[in-house]
Structures are given as C-alpha cells and as structure tokens.
Design a protein around this ligand. Sequence first.
Ligand code: PA5
Length: 473
Amino acid sequence: MRTCGIQIDYTKMMAACIGPEHGIRPAELRGIARRGRTAALSVAAAVRTGGLGFSKLPFAGAVADEVRRVADEIAGEVDTFVVLGIGGSALGAAALHAALAHPFHNLLPREKRNRRPRVFVLDNVDPEFVAGAIDLLDFKKTAVSVVTKSGGTAETLAQCLVFLKEMRRRLGTRLTRRRVVVTTDPERGALRAFALREGYRLFSVPPDVGGRFSVLSPVGLLPAAVSGLDIVSLLDGARAAHDACLAPGLAYNPALLLAALQHISCVERGKTIAVMMPYSNALAGVADWFRQLWAESLGKRLDRAGAVVHAGQTPVRALGATDQHSQIQLYMEGPADKVITFLGVRGYRRTVRIPAAPPGDDALDYLGGATMDDLIGAEQRATALALAEAGRPSMTITLDRISPRALGALLYLFQMQTVFAAELRGINAFDQPGVEQGKRLTCAMMGRPGYGALRRGIARSDRRCASRCALSL
Ligand code: PA5
C-alpha cells in the first residue's frame, strides 16, 4: 500500500495511559470491531457500486485537467480571484489555500506569488464585510467564482447579484462573461439556468456529492489551481488514503479506527465535544472545514430506523500554541467532556532559529540556539502529556510534512472517518434537514413567492417570542 506520510497515535486515548475513567479499554475496541467490520464492508460495497459520491472525486482526472486549464487561463488574466460561497462551498477552498499557499500569499507582490492571483473566499453576507471587499477589489483585474451546490442558497445568490452588478458596471457584459465561473449541480438549481443564459463558464458538482464532501471537486480544486497549488498531487494523496480507508479491520483502517475511538468516547464516556487542535497555522483551515463536516454529518435527531437519537459531537477548533493561552485551562480542568485531536507536523516547511540571548540571562538563555520548530513541537507534546496526566483523552495525527499529497490524504481520511462514525451511530451522514429548514425560513422571511404558509408560521412564533425579556445598557 502507498503511504501518505501521516501517523495516528492514540496511546493517550487508552485506559493504560490515562486511566479507566476516561480511557478506552482494549476490550471496548475489540467489542466494536465486529460492527466496524460490517461498516467497512458496507462502505466498500457502496464504493464499488459507485454509491459513495465523494469517493469518486480523486479519480476524476479529466475534471482536474479541465480545472487546471481554466485556472491557468484565469491566472493569466487577473490579479484577484474571489470565491462567493458558504458552508461546504467555501470551507474546503479556504482550507486548501491556508494549508498550501504562502501564509501571506494575498499580501505578497505578484512576482513573489509566482504571478498567481490573490484568492479571497467571501463566505458571509455581513454587509460590512462584503462592502469592504468591494472597496478592496480592482474589478478590472478580478475574476469571480460563484459556488453553490444546490444553486439556491440565498447568501451566495445575493453576493452573486451584488458582484455581477459591480462587474457589469465596470467591465461591461462581454468581459464580465469571461470573468465569472459558476460551480453548481449539473441539473438542479436556479443558478445553472442563469449561468447558461448569461454564458458564464460552468463547472459541475456531481449530484451525489454534498457541499461538505465537495472539497476535491471543482469547488475546492478551482481556487486551489488558480493560486497555483498542485491539485494533481492533492488528488494522488486522496487516492492513496482511499485505499487505506477501505480495509475491513480497525487495525488497518485509519478512518474506521478514528471513528471508533470517537464513537466509544462520545457514546460510552460522554465526551460530547471533539476538539481539533492543529499546531500549525496552515492547518487551522482544515480544522474549520472539519468542524462543518463533523457537525452537519453527525448532528441528527433521527437515526436510520426513525428513532429519536439526537446524535452528534460538538466540534471545536483550537490552534496550538496560541490557544494554550486561551482554551487549555478549560480542557485540563473543566468538564471532562472533550476528546482532543492534535494535528502535528514532523517537518515544518520553514525553520526559524532563535538567536542566542545576551549571556547570563537565564530566562532567555534556554531558548537561544533552539528553533521555533523545537518550541512548537515541545509545546504540543507537553500539552498532550499534561492532558494525559489529568486523565483527559487525546490523540495525535502527525503529517511528515504539509504537502498537497498529504493534505489530499488527510481531507479524504476525515471524510471517510465521518462516514464510518455515521455508520457506527446508525445515522445518515449525507443529509442536513436542519440546514435546509434554515434555508427555507430565510426564503420565507425574505418574501420568496411560494413560502407564504411558512411566513405565517414564522409570524406566529414571532408573536409568541416577541422580545419581552431584555436589558439595555
Ligand atoms: O454541506 C452542506 O450541504 C451545506 O453545509 C452546504 O455546503 C451549505 O449549506 C451551502 O450550500 P450550497 O453549496 O448549496 O450553496
């Protein structure tokens, strides 16, 4: 099997290390192994029959070629690329950019960015944020990518209308047409018809791939390729992880193992919060992306049999070492309701040596001559150890190096972990009734035709909940 350069150490999840109250006993892992095997076989069968949409994405070489062709064309014409999308239509692109581009890519002069465009992901309709972006942009040198799987999300459609107006005003209709790319469902949704009518370039998200599983489709690939990232290696890493994640046993299948550890911790030990804490600014976006994946896929009222289960584990993102000075006190001594997953890096892409301090200053001396890599590594190990001593479970996923290939593998691993976690809990990972209800309520409140009954329902609850309990200062 091809390796992905990723190691998982779950010693500090186990009772032998952190004690029996919060730690997992080997017998518990053996206990879940049979269900894990059934889950693995059913996922493998779904993959074989093409029933697991996102698992096909790493193999879509022709799509990647087309993405690269369009990306290079765009990169040759503009200096800024703006992604308009929200949720799964934004977080993957942001995660790839944060992990693989220079940490200050957008602030570097063009020649230091390999002459590739700056990339901004605008994932909100906060008017100050949107207006601020418009202030910043030189529309003559900007291309815009509108991304919405459903083609009907109000936030993205509103942004699209705002940006199209600006672009048409400053560029005219013909040039705007060249500068807009739309990524959406190949059949459904208002946006596709609109894009076809207007003559915009179109990419498709396969119908069986939902937003939070779409990072390896053009949704994530196009912005990555525009900023010059190596999407071929990204997909190669995902393919390598794909093989590993189909093995039928906990001992060989990293995604199944991670899912089983979280499942036992949550269901048997009441660890209802899953913290992901990268010791790398570059991986903070991966933790944000994972937060949506884990929350929306597993946070469900009903299981597959229709029983009310209110399943789910609340995902939290923290950043090491920064949040040692913000969150760790709580994780160490607060409620014992968390599992911490550290994301570590064995070889950072840059080294910063700490210069020697003036002689005789003990408080500074010990740092001199070390590197920041040593320091952040020591902080990560110390935090994991301190948590273990306090009986708090954690595991560590270490990347040999943050590379496109390793990142592809990591994202794919987390998607498969999520699928297995849903299998073990008996729920559907791929629907999001809560999100859909929010979208319907937004349409109703904004006066969309056909939503009258819902609007009247909202008015009734508005009356019941009219602001009576409030305080001003
Ligand atoms: O994962 C999901 O399906 C959702 O979170 C969507 O990504 C989000 O609601 C945005 O939807 P769309 O891409 O359809 O605009």
